[in-house]
Design a protein around this ligand. Structure first.
Ligand code: ATP
Ligand code: MG
Length: 453
């Protein structure tokens, strides 16, 4: 089999070689090319120094020049070109004290995390595979370059990355690497929340998000998401469930935004995955026992929303994502009233733009409960979705924004700005949610006059 790399990447490599330097595609893109996956981006490694790279290419950006990385722009695409590097001594399980450049490709490959990420390729020389990366790709193994323990001591993020790659690729973690993951998991304490968030989200969005279970079993969640461990040891003891809260959560996460069906973009899928991961996070603290001995979890939605906010803040998520996840968790257990007026009221309270996400949250949640009830629950959800769609199609009003009068209209017919206007608008909206036919300017103004008469 002959492997080809994109023309622009090849152009950059050939240009560097013509100027007398070595250059290769390296890391994740080489791995993905061999696996037939679409690489996220093409990284290039070269013996040329950053200054030399900048001299050779017309359009460049100093992205991480102190680490040797220069971005080369070709048309509208950009490619990271990094000088062969070797990492110095590591401190605190996270950053090398210093990085230095080297003229040796072997040194550069040696500092990389896993054998499957430590191969280089160009069309002239083919693959440079010094650590058995090809063989590990064939055997579907994530294995550290060199001693796993040492590599994890250098940078503890690699512990989480091992599981993340296994989830993205459907690979196993090689025995010694796995033993070191378990032995060193606690070192993740020294890693910044941002880096952990990035890896967790990649794992959640991967083809095998149930590898979260490995994070639990290896002791990683204990450090990065201890709240999750509590779910794994909490039983439901409730007729609607056959799994523990943790296993239910894993299944719901798997189900959420399944790519084929969903049509959700990455941002929405990120929101969905985190919502399902955290939707029952406060079930353990909300247990009560009913008369028939069954467990109930009253109030876990509201309490869980608050805890989710705390966790997402801790992980340094942006506010938009936090708001969306918190809102969806608050509503995840909603039982939809299956009438048009009931659905309009729900849309008003939840917000129209959240409805597709909420339906998906409810679908994933229902799919992960007792299979005997799933059919019925999904049937009800489909009815709810049908009602929602009808309301959209008929363009019925479900918010103040869509009401055919506004505050100024009310002031113009003599109402007092402030509280009175607010109350009347709320009253009108309530009436329109019951009966969409009332959403007509003259009708609403008459109703307002009558109300204040
Ligand atoms: P993705 O598909 O997520 O981009 P990737 O393999 O390209 O996967 P990146 O995080 O983009 O991963 O890193 C690019 C390359 O840099 C890796 O393939 C690996 O060779 C090296 N690398 C990245 N992070 C580390 C790390 N923490 N320790 C050692 N090498 C690393
Ligand atoms: Mg990458």
């Amino acid at each position: 089999m002959t492997f080809r790399i994109p023309q622009k990447v090849n152009m950059i490599i050939e240009e560097l070689m013509q100027q007398g330097y070595e250059a290769y595609a390296v890391g994740g893109c080489v791995r993905d090319m061999v696996l037939g996956r679409e690489p996220e981006d093409w990284d290039i490694t070269t013996s040329a120094t950053p200054q030399e790279v900048k001299r050779i290419f017309r359009r460049t950006v100093d992205t991480g020049i102190q680490h040797g990385t220069v971005t080369v722009l070709i048309d509208k695409e950009h490619f990271e070109v990094t000088t062969y590097r070797l990492d110095g001594e590591y401190e605190d399980n996270r950053h090398p004290k210093e990085v230095s450049f080297t003229s040796s490709l072997a040194e550069d490959l040696k500092r990389r995390d896993f054998t499957i990420n430590a191969m280089a390729f160009n069309e002239k020389e083919g693959f440079i595979d010094l650590f058995g990366g090809m063989e590990d790709l064939r055997r579907k193994l994530v294995r550290c370059v060199g001693s796993a323990e040492e590599r994890f001591n250098e940078d503890a993020l690699r512990i989480l990355r091992a599981v993340r790659f296994s989830a993205q690729l459907g690979f196993s973690i090689e025995e010694k690497t796995l033993a070191a993951v378990k032995a060193k998991a606690a070192n993740l304490n020294n890693i910044s929340a941002e880096r952990i968030r990035v890896e967790l989200t990649k794992l959640l969005l991967s083809d095998y998000p149930d590898r979260l279970r490995d994070l639990y079993e290896t002791g990683i969640t204990r450090v990065v998401l201890p709240e999750f461990d509590q779910l794994m040891v909490t039983e439901h003891n409730n007729a609607h469930h056959i799994y523990s809260v943790g296993e239910h959560t894993l299944r719901a996460v798997e189900e959420a935004g399944r790519q084929e069906a969903s049509g959700f973009d990455v941002r929405e899928r990120t929101i969905l995955k985190w919502t399902l991961l955290l939707h029952d996070i406060e079930k353990p603290s909300c247990i009560s026992i009913g008369r028939n001995g069954q467990r109930h979890f009253y109030g876990h939605q509201e309490k869980g929303a608050l805890t989710a906010k705390r966790i997402l803040r801790r992980l340094k998520f942006d506010n938009d994502t936090i708001d969306a996840v918190v809102h969806l968790i608050r509503w995840h257990d909603h039982s939809f009233e299956l009438t048009p007026a009931g659905m309009r009221k729900t849309m008003c309270k939840v917000g129209k733009e959240y409805m597709p996400l909420l339906f998906e949250v409810c679908r994933a949640d229902a799919s992960a409960k007792h299979p005997d009830y799933t059919g019925e629950k999904l049937g009800q959800l489909e009815k709810a979705r049908g009602l929602y769609q009808g309301i959209l199609n008929r363009r019925e009003c479900v918010s103040l924004k869509e009401l055919n009068v506004n505050g100024n209209d009310l002031i113009a017919i003599g109402m007092k700005p402030g509280r009175q206007v607010g109350e009347i608008l709320a009253y009108l909206l309530e009436q329109v949610l019951e009966n969409p036919g009332l959403n007509d300017r003259d009708t609403l103004l008459d109703m307002a006059r009558e109300r204040t008469a």
